[in-house]
Design a protein around this ligand. Structure first.
Ligand code: ZN
Length: 655
């Protein structure tokens, strides 16, 4: 029932999901990969028949120069080839269609986990990873995506997973074999580890965890159940999940990565209680956006914005936290120095700092604004069209736009062009307000304008009127620098605001934009003022770098020292001594803390000694979207934003 001759071996057959055809009958590329974690050895065999695979595509391959090629043969006869230092393996000529199978045998010793560069491959007893795009097999980038079958063997008690659907597997003592098939694979990935397997069904899909024993016992079932729910949800929303199996595998690295049919999650990430309810859903959705419909990133990577919008953001919205999430994105953007502001189209990858804002936040807000413009039903139809037309093909922005354009009567191209290609963001203002009572109700008059009069944004702006009885939203088209508005309301209007719920990607007004700690991390020119024995390196766990020392306080600055030394320094400059002096709520705790000084570009980090300040720096890595961070006596971190007047303009009622 399986591909390897196991006659005479007492094999324990775990599971064969269907009859496995012999490799020779497979109409595509077959890879045989053997991984020996103890020896850190990879042995590979590539096979493709030019009778069924385009012969011209079998002339030239990407293969890591660190991999040794044993033989290249055609129909059983050795053939000449050349290798270049920049990673190409090239035959003298393309094989004839009837020449028989092209076979490339190769092998390599892989680095151990701690010797591998971040993102590159490794193999040892703790696990192994062959990343996409790392040329660990003879790869034909121009022929991708293509059908592929991956036959894997691993020893030392490891299990293994690869891109595609699992079609068979078996275990024999400490040796394990599995077969994966992909109808249209691209940039394939493999992972292995000392895992145990757990499974459940989700409709026709097998959901599986490959975790180390301890993690399986603690979290396996939770992950399988959550993943099953996500697969069902996104299949209903977008279209059927494109593989037969979905695997969540543990990695010794602190990652969250999505591949066709599987995701890799860090061993230290898996126990975090929020991951199954947040990041896991994001990685599952990449089976549709990213590894289902592939990204042609020539004019930008569209998949992270759409995935963030349809997974992370919707989960927040369903918990009643959508507005707060949008506000956080806009506050992050407000904290970004102008020189770091990039258009969404510039995003190819990376998930921190300015790249995260350009790729994830701008992207998610683009989809939020599109849904406001075309409605939820059209949005969903567009997503289904994109998936239906582009599954297992490489879609660029034009393809994505066309899929959504197709399902509406509007011309969506200008909308997309503006939000993809343009950096910056509109700044809005509502002036000349007056209200008027008529026989049928009330009318509010005003002038809506945007700051950029050279190249105004094309906007669909929500104006919200508070009538006392509730909030009424009026959508206004703003195509030029200004437009006059007249809004009819049934009840007496009390106040009005431009986009108070942050539905537009825009510049926050000063009255809705508290300074946040992240400003110091987002500005590459941030420098540091150290007092007493404080050392600039104390903030490296947060910034990822040691900032230069500053003698002055003119630009973006971190002020570092003991509570009393920073208080004296601030007082000498007429600034609040501590967070409690800015806002009473920010307390009088004596523990280590970080806070922004309003109306300056200062972030203050203080604590009794370097260890205490180092704890603040570590905590800031995940909490810098606040104005302050204070350690309470029990060691817990308290966070908050400086309160702001907000953007509501009241009509003078004399009430
Ligand atoms: Zn992602």
């Amino acid at each position: 029932m399986h591909a390897w001759g196991m006659a005479g071996v007492a094999a324990v057959l775990w599971l064969v999901t269907g009859p496995v055809a012999a490799a020779a009958g497979f109409d595509g590329v077959t890879l045989q990969i053997e991984l020996d974690p103890e020896q850190a050895l990879l042995e590979g065999r590539f096979e493709a028949d030019p009778g069924s695979v385009e012969p011209e595509s079998l002339r030239r391959f990407r293969l890591d120069p660190g991999i040794a090629v044993d033989t290249v043969s055609l129909g059983g006869q050795a053939v000449a080839y050349e290798r270049s230092e920049d990673g190409w393996l090239e035959l003298v000529r393309a094989p004839e269609p009837d020449a028989g199978a092209l076979v490339i045998r190769y092998g390599a010793r892989l680095p151990a986990l701690e010797d591998a560069r971040p993102g590159s491959g490794f193999l040892d007893s703790r696990g192994g990873y062959l990343p996409p795009g790392a040329d660990w097999y003879p790869r034909r980038p121009d022929a991708e995506p293509h059908a592929v079958r991956i036959e894997l063997t691993t020893t030392g008690g490891h299990l293994v997973v690869a891109s595609g659907s699992r079609v068979a597997e078996e275990s024999n003592g400490s040796e394990y074999r599995a077969i994966y098939e992909h109808p249209a694979g691209r940039a394939l990935a493999v992972a292995t580890g000392p895992w145990v397997s757990g499974e459940r069904a989700a409709g026709e899909v097998t959901v599986r965890t490959l975790f180390p024993e301890g993690l399986e016992q603690g979290f396996g079932e939770t992950y399988r159940n959550q993943a099953a729910g996500y697969l069902q949800r996104f299949s209903d929303e977008i279209g059927r999940y494109p593989f037969d199996t979905f695997t969540m595998a543990a990695s010794p690295r602190p990652v969250g990565l999505a591949f066709s049919g599987f995701t890799l999650l860090g061993e230290r990430v898996i126990p975090l209680p929020f991951i199954p309810h947040t990041s896991l859903g994001h990685e599952v959705l990449h089976a549709w956006w990213g590894t289902g419909v592939y990204v042609d990133a020539v004019d930008g990577n569209w998949s992270e914005g759409l995935t963030t919008y349809m997974a992370d953001y919707q989960f927040k919205r369903e918990r009643g936290e959508g507005r707060e999430e949008r506000g956080q994105w806009l506050r992050d953007y407000a904290a970004l120095p102008a020189g770091e502001d990039r258009p969404h189209a510039s995003f190819r990858g990376g998930n921190s700092g300015a790249a995260r804002i350009a790729g994830y936040h701008r992207g998610a807000m683009l989809w939020r604004m599109l849904e406001d413009r075309i409605g939820a039903e059209a949005f969903r139809a567009g997503a289904r069209t994109l998936y239906d037309e582009w599954r297992f093909r490489e879609a660029d922005w034009d393809a994505v736009i066309a899929a959504f354009d197709e399902v509406t009567d509007q011309d969506l191209r200008p909308f997309f062009a503006q939000w993809i290609d343009r950096a910056g963001a509109p700044a809005l203002e509502l002036t000349d307000l007056r209200r008027e009572e008529r026989e049928t109700g009330w009318v509010v008059h005003g002038l809506l304008r945007q700051a950029d009069d050279h190249d105004p944004w094309d906007l669909y702006v929500p104006l919200v009127v508070d009538t006392g009885a509730g909030h009424e939203t009026h959508w206004v088209m703003l195509n030029g620098e200004r437009t006059s508005v007249s809004l009819e309301t049934s009840s007496r209007p009390r106040a009005i605001a431009v986009d108070p719920d942050w539905r537009l990607f825009r510049q926050l007004a000063p009255d809705e934009s508290p300074a946040i700690l992240r400003q110091a991390a987002l500005d590459p020119d941030t420098r540091i003022v150290t007092l007493g024995n404080a050392a600039a390196a104390e903030v490296a766990p947060w910034l990822g770098r040691v900032p230069d020392i500053a003698e002055d306080s003119d630009g973006a600055r971190i002020l570092l020292g003991s509570h009393s030394s920073v208080a004296d320094w601030l007082e000498a400059r007429g600034l609040p001594r501590n967070p409690g002096a800015v806002e009473g709520d920010a307390g009088t705790e004596t523990g280590p803390r970080a806070w922004t000084v309003p109306e300056t570009r200062l972030v203050v980090t203080s604590g009794a000694d370097g260890d205490a300040r180092g704890d603040v720096a570590a905590a800031l890595r995940h909490r810098s979207h606040y104005s302050y961070l204070l350690q309470e006596p029990d060691g817990a971190w308290r966070t908050g934003l400086w309160s702001q007047p907000g953007v509501w303009q009241r009509f003078d009622d004399g009430e």
